[in-house]
Design a protein around this ligand. Sequence first.
Ligand SMILES: [Fe+2]
Length: 198
Amino acid sequence: MSFTLPELPYAYDALAPYMSRETLEYHHDKHHLAYVNNGNNLLKGTEFEGKTLEEIVVGSFGKNAPLFNNAGQHYNHLHFWNWMKPNGGGAIPGEIEKKIIEDIGSVDKFKEDFIAAGVGQFGSGWAWLALKDGKLVVLKSPNGENPLVQGATPILGVDVWEHSYYIDYRNRRPDYLKAFVDHLVNWDYVAELYSKAV
Ligand SMILES: [Fe+2]
């Protein structure tokens, strides 16, 4: 398969004031597009042509760094746009809430750990809620990596590359992460990925 840039699932100004039109224009139209274009060029002539995106991400990890970086970031951003929605955050669907409490302790503990993972990721990367060996865990990863290469299935992720927050929050990554958790998370999409993963 070749990579294609999806449309955003909402208007560019729909996530304001928590994520601005300008951020989404740069992040989606320039950064994500670059991963798509570079990924397609790097895919040509490799053993990964014709594979699914997940197979390319897992298969290229540790073997073909330039392809992995771009394919990983394409995968991460495809989901990232859907992990947000206008008027997001709020109530967590019952089934996931129950599982978060069971595996992590409480919803507050999950939020605290998830924000801490994002703050604690040195440099560029991502923070995650993922299903690993049947349990929900909070993870972090550098650059374009994601839980797929750690043997886990991502069900929520937040981009902590500076391109994701610097226009709106400057260096205040913790404020961006708090706004993401409280006002942007699309729990319906998280629930959809969770039910596919179990
Ligand atoms: Fe990004």
